[in-house]
Write a protein that binds this ligand. Structure first.
Ligand SMILES: Cc1cc2nc3c(=O)[nH]c(=O)nc-3n(C[C@H](O)[C@H](O)[C@H](O)COP(=O)(O)O)c2cc1C
Length: 272
């Protein structure tokens, strides 16, 4: 199947000019560098109504929600007709935003059976801009969406305020990467290939403890080396404890690193 090569970026935040916007815009900037036409879409302007899970389940046959929903019509047509999809969500309560979730649930109901998005390139970004908690769990519903719709997603981008600047660069790189995949859809040969593809993507399979370690690591990486070095040692100690089966002690150590790292980061940030 040949797509039209355009790359769309959905901002899944009610905050139109926040960090989600900055990250999705960075990804589109990278895509544009590859020569792809790009389009930025504010989901806040198109708020999808809750799926009523209505029966009989006719929408999977006529490919249209039975209820009037202009926002769903608009967004679903954009997604169905793009060459590649970038979806950015703010992390709320360690999860995706409602704007994003309501779109996903209705897309499942109407389109998951016929799978018209098979092989579409997709890239997901989640920004946990407060504590940083949920940087990975907030991404999972987005990648579950990609997987269920049989899209071919590239490496996700979990973002916090601690790794924000470097994440903007990563977003640009991945936007460029995805634009190169936008001309031709690449469907999976079967369910097994698709499941293994998604299992191979980083971050998504992390345990809660591993996710917290990643977050602590981001706070350390955001510091200058003389501030970060003792904290990096703390993370090494946590790894030793985990390897010795002392999971609780390891997680307590990780939390200490996180607390100290976040404090040092905020002190540095306030001097900017
Ligand atoms: C209702 C609500 C819940 C939030 N929950 C979390 C959270 O679980 N973890 C986190 O790090 N930040 C959380 N935040 C902070 C947002 O992730 C942060 O403000 C982010 O930058 C939002 O994206 P935006 O800049 O596009 O608005 C929450 C914010 C709101 C409004």
């Amino acid at each position: 199947m040949v797509a039209n090569g355009n790359v769309i970026g959905l901002i899944g935040s009610p905050n139109r000019d926040g960090r989600t916007n900055q990250l999705v815009s960075a990804a589109l900037k990278g895509a544009a560098r590859s020569g792809a036409p790009t389009e930025l879409i504010q989901m806040a302007d198109h708020v999808v109504a809750a799926c009523k899970d209505c029966m009989p389940w006719v929408c999977k046959e006529n490919l249209k929600c039975t209820y009037e929903d202009e926002a769903f019509e608009f967004l679903s047509q954009k997604v169905l007709n793009c060459g590649a999809l970038i979806l950015g969500t703010p992390v709320y309560w360690w999860d995706t935003s409602g704007l994003v979730k309501y779109l996903i649930l209705k897309m499942f109901r109407v389109y998951a059976s016929s799978a018209p998005l098979q092989g579409l390139s997709a890239f997901g970004i989640a920004i946990a801009g407060g504590t940083g908690n949920g940087l990975v769990s907030g991404l999972r519903p987005v990648y579950h969406f990609f997987q269920m719709m049989q899209m071919r997603a590239i490496e996700p981008l979990p973002v916090t305020r601690f790794n924000f600047d470097i994440a903007l660069e990563r977003a640009e790189e991945r936007g460029e990467e995805i634009a190169k995949m936008a001309l031709q859809r690449a469907p999976f040969k079967g369910l097994e290939e698709r499941l293994l593809w998604y299992d191979a993507l980083p971050y998504l399979g992390l345990s809660r403890a591993e996710e917290r370690r990643l977050l602590a690591d981001y706070t350390v990486q955001g510091l200058r080396s003389n501030d970060g070095a003792p904290l990096a040692l703390g993370l090494a100690r946590a790894d030793e404890l985990a390897a010795a089966g002392k999971s609780l002690d390891a997680l307590v150590e990780i939390t200490q690193v996180y607390d100290a790292g976040a404090k040092a980061y905020d002190a540095k940030d306030s001097k900017k």
